[in-house]
Design a binder for this molecule. Structure first.
Ligand SMILES: Nc1ncnc2c1ncn2[C@@H]1O[C@H](COP(=O)(O)OP(=O)(O)OP(=O)(O)O)[C@@H](O)[C@H]1O
Ligand SMILES: [Mg+2]
Length: 311
């Protein structure tokens, strides 16, 4: 559990980057910080692992103040994925992944096993990728290495600062899907920064919307989409809000899919209701007057919400 109490960050030049931050992030939660550029997301993230010192208030991890942790113990127990792909170019993929386990003094055997396990987890064949250099991987593959490197020493907390923003939309969606299925297995506490509402809604158990260094609203994606706290939130999620109310049958008509479906929903249900069900299953069969009229996949809904498909 990560707790912020009245946390404040004032940079030496007087910039008040974060103010009166009160927040509790639960263990195992996928928590998304979202807001416009300069609102304080990166600052908030970096205060958790003490990459940026706090000016006021307290941050606690499992009840203990972060200032009381040994700095190495703190950093090793917190994985960090940067926005820019930041692999060491002269080192192989295996060496890149092994950085923290080596600092922690793991045996070579244990490290080797861990590297293979992590590469397998993200669908990169160890015998091929272990010995490559970062420049011999695509951008999406490099970013996948960035994610598993943060997981390497099995930290309890993972901080991710816009990890997918440099990627093309297809790699980005693939990595989001990978991360979601990975999180189902590992159940870490993830703090994920983005300025993309579509990404936030797809990934987050809860979202925290920030503006000018302050929290504007915290809640589940459904809470925020259905009950935006003020005009700023409304405008930030505007596109989604409008589309959330569209009937599922309209989406099906606009974009029929023919894969097998895991759940079912009435055609008059809203997109917001369908999204809730799609958090648990990949696809829904849509019924009207007791008859199936089509199938809607999670992918379709996300494309629809992003404006790539219109009803
Ligand atoms: N080292 C610094 N010195 C002074 N001001 C800074 C420093 N780093 C960040 N800031 C300022 O603090 C505020 C918050 O910055 P931060 O990087 O946390 O924003 P952000 O929400 O991550 O933005 P982005 O989406 O663009 O990454 C901004 O006004 C920024 O200019
Ligand atoms: Mg930032």
């Amino acid at each position: 559990m990560i707790q912020f109490e009245q946390v404040e960050k004032k940079y030496p030049d007087g910039t008040h980057a974060v103010q009166e931050l009160n927040l509790t992030i639960d263990k195992g939660e996928f928590f998304v910080l979202i807001g416009p550029s300069g609102c304080g997301k990166t600052t908030t993230l970096k205060m958790i692992n003490r990459l940026i010192p706090i000016s006021g208030g307290t941050v606690r991890i499992d009840g203990k103040k972060i200032s009381e942790f040994d700095i190495h113990e703190l950093r090793w127990n917190i994985g960090y994925v940067l926005q820019q792909i930041a692999l060491f170019p002269h080192m192989t993929i295996a060496e890149n992944i092994a950085v923290v386990p080596e600092m922690r003094g793991w045996s070579a055997e244990k490290i080797n096993h861990r590297v293979d396990e992590l590469l397998d987890m993200v669908g990169l064949e160890p015998s091929i990728y272990r010995s490559r250099k970062p420049s011999e991987l695509s951008g999406g593959q490099q970013q996948r290495i960035g994610v598993i490197r943060a997981l390497a020493a099995d930290p309890d907390i993972i901080l991710m600062d816009e990890p997918f923003s440099a990627l093309d939309p297809i790699s980005r969606e693939k990595l989001q899907d990978d991360l979601l299925s990975l999180q189902r297995q590992i159940q870490k506490t993830i703090v994920f920064v983005t300025h993309d509402m579509k990404e936030a809604v797809k990934l987050g158990d809860r979202l925290c919307l920030m503006k000018d260094g302050r929290i504007v609203q915290t809640g589940t994606p459904e809470d925020i989409l259905q009950h935006p706290a003020n005009a700023f939130v409304e405008s930030f999620i505007g596109v989604h809000q409008e589309k959330e109310h569209t009937r599922v049958k309209e989406v099906v008509r606009a974009y029929p899919a023919n894969e097998s479906a895991g759940g079912r929903i009435g055609g008059d249900a809203t997109v917001a209701q369908a999204m809730q069900l799609l958090a648990q299953t990949e696809a829904l069969t849509v019924y009207e007057n007791g008859k199936p009229i089509g199938i809607v996949t999670r992918q379709t809904m996300i494309q629809f919400l992003a404006g790539e498909v219109t009803a």
